[in-house]
Write a protein that binds this ligand. Sequence first.
Ligand SMILES: [Zn+2]
Length: 250
Amino acid sequence: MSGLPRRCRLTEALEPLRSRVPNGSLTPSSPGPHAGVTDVTHAGPVGRRRFVRVHLQVAATAEVLGRWPDPWSAVSPVERDRAQAFHGADDARDFLAAHLLARECVTALTGETTVHLEQRCTECGGPHGKPFVLGLSDACVSWSHSHGHVGAVAADVPVGVDVEARHRQHDIERLVRRTATPEEGAAILAGDDPDDAYLRMWVAKEALVKVGAITLGEFGRTDVRSGTYGGFTLTVTEPEGLAVGLAVQA
Ligand SMILES: [Zn+2]
């Protein structure tokens, strides 16, 4: 794979803004390690399909790792390398737990107990971008991690999930200008809790990024207030201390 760029345009476009947004200082009321598990299963008519199954789980990193006797051996060498490339041990554990929780969700969806996940960037061929389940082309999967918590989803239609720990924004007016439509921004800033409202919008749009519906550069012209966008149904839940955005193809 020599000659490929180390970082593709996608990662370069995402990282500068990401590094400013989700890692703000946590509020004093932030939760401890237990946000509990949210296990949402839809089984209802969606779009032209009669039934769509969606398995979403959100859990503390420690809780997920505790369910796997030898968590590092359960992922591929590529996943291990990527996890160990993080600077902090906590970030590596979050990454690992998210990949394990994704396997649990695929198992819940398909019954397959051995799940192999792969990410291959359509632009540079690198091990990032939209993931897929090897050998199970009908199963769609997504995962996310944030400061000691992880979320994952598996479904039989394209899905994306984003998890963020709730936190105060440093300069919300500037963030709103960059990532909300004018109408969204006005509603966020006029509300009782602009930080939480902003985060709900953010996780919905990140879920759309994860499913490949939009890019980060399109946030400012993507209005998610209706709960649908581009053929996807958007759901935001707020387990204690977290915001979780889910995009499911309708
Ligand atoms: Zn790439």
